[in-house]
Design a protein around this ligand. Structure first.
Ligand SMILES: Cc1cc2nc3c(=O)[nH]c(=O)nc-3n(C[C@H](O)[C@H](O)[C@H](O)COP(=O)(O)OP(=O)(O)OC[C@H]3O[C@@H](n4cnc5c(N)ncnc54)[C@H](O)[C@@H]3O)c2cc1C
Length: 396
């Protein structure tokens, strides 16, 4: 294993992909600095993440924090119908965290000394020895290795693949959370130990309980959901994405900023279309928010001593619940390639790239097919094993 004690690394984007990679590079001996555009600790908006092995690998293999202290689990996958009856149910355990809980745990391990808030990267260049990142603040920083983990709206992506544009999926995800204890006792009993789906024509909703903001106790858990609803591209979508201040959202409209009439329509539709327990979760949500679902994939992830990882390299619809796992997997594979490289960073990146490109390609194809089944061809069959979550394939 090569150690990089005299080497430095810059990571752009201090979210799950960036922090996981920063921690792994530091373990290899790099002096690592993370630059995050947000001015202070990131706000998770309280939503959930389904935990896959790659996502939690930092905690299972390297951290003194234990994943059991960051997560909740359920034992069933179930589909409800409009009347509330169980259409399909199987025993299957999944674990979850909330984005904020997970982010805080990664940041606690990395520390804040080398985590720089409020720095928006706007360009980079490199020569044979160093890569340099430019920031809108006027700052420039150089290092032996630069990793862009700057998410779905990546500034760097265009420099890797000028043709990699976001392609709208044709539907949006309405997201929200509500305290489990705020729900009717019967609703709690139906939902508390399962991932619950409700599939209706050209749409579906999925929900599961996640940890509360600062507590794993059952009474503090939150029900977290995504309701996938078709909205054609064009003026209808553009209008919907204008927030209450009149600013256009590109990838999301944040909680509390969605125009009231769209929230009212969402809640009315929930009552009309969904199983009563599922509808109650939606109607009880104070500030549902929406995410525009798009796919994008760069055909390159390595360029000399600069790497592109996570959502920056490939972002896709969340049907496989694998976005965080892929970001973490990119980081783990990068660290492994560097560890085997004998100190030649550019050749490590070149060796790392093909398998990660293949992984993003197979994930993207799978989630596009899943989305087509639920939103357009109405062939999403409850219990079909092909519809299971997983980064490497259904259920894997
Ligand atoms: C605040 C927040 C909340 C989220 N909540 C959820 C959730 O509840 N459920 C879920 O499934 N997924 C959530 N995600 C998305 C999820 O983290 C990603 O889909 C996945 O983990 C891949 O992570 P990533 O690190 O590649 O990208 P992201 O998580 O998107 O992180 C990219 C990071 O880069 C920063 N950044 C962007 N551009 C620049 C720039 N030019 N200079 C410096 N920094 C930049 C962003 O502020 C962000 O912190 C959230 C992301 C964020 C940022």
């Amino acid at each position: 294993m090569t150690h990089y004690t005299a080497a430095s690394a810059i990571v752009i984007g201090g979210s799950i992909g960036g922090l996981t990679t920063a921690l792994l590079l530091r373990d290899l001996g790099f002096t690592v600095d993370v630059y995050e555009r947000t001015a202070g600790p990131l706000d998770g908006r309280g939503s959930g993440i389904v935990l896959q092995p790659d996502t939690v690998r930092w905690f299972t293999e390297r951290s003194t924090q234990h994943i059991d202290d960051l997560s909740t689990s359920t034992n069933y996958v179930q589909y409800l119908d409009r009347s509330g009856d169980v259409r399909y149910r199987e025993q299957c355990t999944w674990t979850y965290t909330s984005w904020g809980t997970f982010y805080r745990a990664l940041l606690a391990d990395f520390g804040t000394e080398h985590y720089h808030y409020g720095e928006f990267a706007c360009g980079f260049s490199q020569d044979d020895r160093r890569a340099t990142v430019r920031f809108v603040s006027g700052r420039t920083e150089s290092a032996d290795l630069v990793v862009f983990a700057d998410g779905v709206t990546s500034m760097a992506r265009e420099r890797f693949d000028a043709d990699a544009d976001l392609r709208y999926a044709g539907y949006i995800g309405w997201r929200g959370t509500v305290g489990l204890r705020e729900l009717d006792a019967g609703t709690q009993a139906v939902l508390r130990d399962a991932i619950t789906y409700d599939v209706i024509p050209n749409s579906h909703i999925t929900m599961y309980p996640i940890p509360g903001e600062h507590s794993l106790r059952m009474e503090d858990r939150l029900m977290n959901y995504v309701w996938y609803r078709n909205v054609p591209a064009g003026p209808e979508l553009t209008e919907m994405l204008l927030d209450k201040r009149g600013f256009p959202g590109t990838v999301s409209v944040h909680p509390g900023q969605v125009q009231d009439r769209y929230v009212a329509e969402l809640k009315a539709a929930a009552v009309e279309l969904l199983a009563p327990a599922v509808a109650e979760v939606v109607t009880a949500t104070e500030t549902p928010y929406l995410q525009v679902l798009s796919d994008v994939r760069s055909t390159r992830m390595a360029q000399g001593r600069v790497a592109l990882i996570g959502d920056a390299a490939c972002a896709s619809r969340p049907h496989a619940a694998a976005g965080t796992a892929k970001a973490a997997a990119d980081g783990w594979a990068l660290a492994a390639a560097l560890g085997d490289a004998g100190g030649d960073i550019a050749s490590a990146l070149a060796k790392w790239e093909p398998a990660q490109l293949q992984l993003s390609d197979s994930l993207l194809r799978r989630v596009v097919a899943m989305g087509e089944r639920s939103q357009f061809t109405n062939t999403w069959t409850p219990g079909d094993p092909d519809l299971r979550f997983g980064l490497y394939g259904p259920g894997r």
